[in-house]
Write a protein that binds this ligand. Sequence first.
Ligand SMILES: Cc1ncc(COP(=O)(O)O)c(C=O)c1O
Length: 343
Amino acid sequence: MFFASDNGSGAAPEVISALTRANEGYARSYGADPIMARVKTLVRQLFEAPEAEVYLVATGTAANSLSIALLSPPWSAIFAHVDAHAAMDECGAPEFFSGGAKMIPVAGAHGKMTPDTLKAALARIGEAGVHGVQRGMLTVTNVTEAGTVYTPAEIAALTAVAKSRNLPSHLDGARFANALVATGATPAEMTWKAGIDVLSLGGTKNGCLGVEAVVLFDPTKAWEFELRRKRAGHLFSKHRYLSAQMEAYLTEGLWLRLATQANAMGALLVQGLAQVPGASLLHPAPANMLFPLWPIGTNDRALSRGAIYYPMQGPEGVDHGRLVASWSTTGEDVDALLTALKP
Ligand SMILES: Cc1ncc(COP(=O)(O)O)c(C=O)c1O
């Protein structure tokens, strides 16, 4: 009954086996290992992006903040949804690594910016000459912090607004595989074909131990990224262990298989909510994360019966929670949770 987060899940057996294999003998350090060369080839093939550069780090915060720093000068504005992880949950790391760029919150229902809310933020910022921050970049999250999903067309509409101001765009894909499975989009459709310049490609939440890739679709700034990663202390010496995780993750569709299971369990939960009297959803839940509303007392009952999820502050007069399914969630886990929720 563990639904607190998808990073509460273990690592997939395929990833553990790959680590055991990578543990044999010796390998060159700092990303010069042969597995990393194969990871780069895999990413280029999967994203139909032969020019792309690929780097690995161990956390989503590192992937986001180094990517964002790459695209935003110290005096610039980073446009992000008001609830974006990079804005709210990374302790100012993107601002720190950029040397002082400023997060500008963009409104939008259900965790999603729209071209209009982005245009409104762009109109408000960057007009104060030398006194104000200058427009810098856009960062979009998919799956969003509300558990909703942008289609490639919705991302393209946002990046088009950014491009109309000559701003680059980053995608926080901590749950990128879940977004692909939810939309049926290809990796290329969800990223560079939709105007994304840099992607944080998550692995940790979806079956890896701890690895995220940064994919630069335009390699012009590759060397700068390498310097930033090293300077931030995120260049691993025993890099082969990061490479091995990412190779296993992307091989033979493992990433999509794991995300398919997580999303299927999310869908089962949505369906099962019909059995919980008075339950509804605060946001649509097409992937693996749900924000249910239910009668007061439901959280106390379920949590005292051993369910693990985050009770949330929500609308007055109801209980509210955040539930996240992962690659290792089973139908039995969902049934047990539904039983714990029912009076
Ligand atoms: C959308 C999103 N982006 C980035 C991250 C950051 O990942 P990490 O906790 O590995 O730094 C998270 C983690 O919860 C997340 O949910």
